[in-house]
Design a protein around this ligand. Structure first.
Ligand SMILES: Cc1ncc(COP(=O)(O)O)c(C=O)c1O
Length: 407
């Protein structure tokens, strides 16, 4: 265990040291990778003690592993939660949280714009288990209240939304729990990880992450995590992650994530600074119809709420619509041409990597969301989503200059 009092130090110190347990055999500075499926016991009494929980220890990596635990302790500290359970993907985190906490006949109020696979879980899969969902604009408290039923157990949302960048007031939604004490608020914080946004401090009960994104930050791991109070996490760990889903994070991936998180603060601040500069550049461009980025005043209410809860950092992700009619092209054709003209961004889904990524939500991440729903929530056919990487922002802007000129 680190000697540092984590409550007394700043984010970047925590990001490096939280979760660290000194390796008792050799004193390795980096967390060792306990690449093992099972654990041995010194004798029968030891085995019985660990299995009964009387002796601390590990018995099987699906249930727990020291490398994975080091990551869980680090992210719990950074998010300000009591505990965390790591999963093999972001969807594993969302699925485990929902299956762990819900039962047949329960109801969810879900943000109307969520990651495509989350949308499919709510819209198509959970109803087959008797768990229903009403979608609502979570930026509108009255719309949430209108959607709440007697059996509502969870309000689930992303902020900012993917890819439309609308911002939900986490404190205002969490305040509804006073009136509806059976409801838990779950925030997918993938787009605005610490040090940007702290949903638990704003009153939410649970945070989920696709660790695949900023938390790992190097584009080489699929992972997820659920952070919350110790009681909820124990239920999610034993009931859903460990048994129904059986989706633990692998020890090697946990090691990579721990390594990635040591630079989380530096990386995220740089992603956000570059994204704000790019959003301002794009907003001035004669080729652009609209830029969706919560750090722009033109986002109106989203900008106002972002000022309250995003620590002046916002996110590294934005979306934009090209204008219709550029050299006679539709916005959709111009978007396709722009993707091909740009040389720095890779055409790929995912986000939060060192590499800048560009994708077309209507035909990629959100292809499974019905077209009429996409239109209703503002995902236009010509919209592009951009994850600003850690390359030099001057180079990224110069790349746009040449790509626009060649449209
Ligand atoms: C906001 C958000 N949540 C969850 C996920 C799912 O994460 P994963 O791909 O790690 O399962 C994604 C993936 O893109 C995402 O963007």
């Amino acid at each position: 265990m680190s000697k540092i009092n984590m409550k007394a130090v700043q984010f970047d110190t925590k990001a490096i040291h939280a979760g660290y347990h000194r390796d008792s055999d050799f004193g390795a500075l980096a967390s060792p990778i306990y690449q093992t499926s099972t654990f041995t016991f010194t004798d029968a009494a030891h085995a019985m003690g660990v299995f009964s929980g009387e002796i601390p220890g590990y018995d099987y990596t699906r249930a727990g592993n020291p490398t994975v635990r080091a990551f869980e302790e680090k992210i719990a500290e950074l998010e300000g939660g009591e505990d965390a359970v790591a999963t093999s993907s972001g969807m594993g985190a969302t699925g485990s949280a929902l299956l762990g906490l819900l039962k047949t006949s329960d109801h969810i109020v879900c943000g109307d714009t969520v990651y495509g696979c989350t949308d499919v879980v709510m819209r198509e899969i959970l109803p087959t288990l008797g768990i229903t969902t009403t979608f609502a604009d979570t930026a509108d408290i009255a719309a949430i209240e209108a959607a709440i039923q007697d059996n509502t157990k969870i309000i689930y949302f992303e902020t900012p939304t993917n890819p439309t960048m609308h911002v939900t007031d986490i404190a205002a939604v969490s305040a509804l729990k006073k009136k509806y004490p059976d409801i838990r608020v779950i925030v997918d914080n993938t787009f605005a990880p610490p040090p940007v946004q702290y949903p638990l401090a704003l009153g939410a009960d649970i945070v989920v992450h696709s660790v695949t994104k900023y938390i790992n930050g190097h584009g080489d791991v699929i992972g997820g995590v659920v952070v919350g109070n110790a009681e909820d996490i124990a239920v999610i760990r034993s009931r859903a992650m460990g048994k129904i889903c059986g989706t633990p994070l692998a020890p090697f991936n946990a090691y990579l994530v721990i390594r990635g998180m040591k630079t989380l603060g530096m990386r995220v601040r740089r992603h956000c600074e570059s994204a704000l500069a790019l959003a301002k550049y794009l907003e001035q461009s004669p080729y652009i119809e609209k830029v969706y980025y919560p750090g722009l005043e033109s986002m109106g209410k989203d900008y106002d709420v972002a000022q309250k809860q995003m620590n002046g950092l916002y996110t590294g992700i934005m979306a934009f619509d090209l204008k219709n009619g550029i050299r006679g092209m539709s916005a959709f054709d111009a978007a396709k041409k722009l993707m091909d003209n740009l040389s720095i961004p890779a055409i790929a889904v995912s986000l939060g990597d060192p590499d800048t990524l560009i994708q077309h939500p209507a035909s990629m991440t959100h292809i499974k969301v019905p077209k009429e729903v996409r239109e209703e929530i503002g995902i236009t056919d010509g919209m592009l989503r951009f994850s600003v990487g850690l390359e030099d922002i001057g180079d990224i802007i110069a790349d746009f200059d040449q790509a626009f000129a060649a449209l």
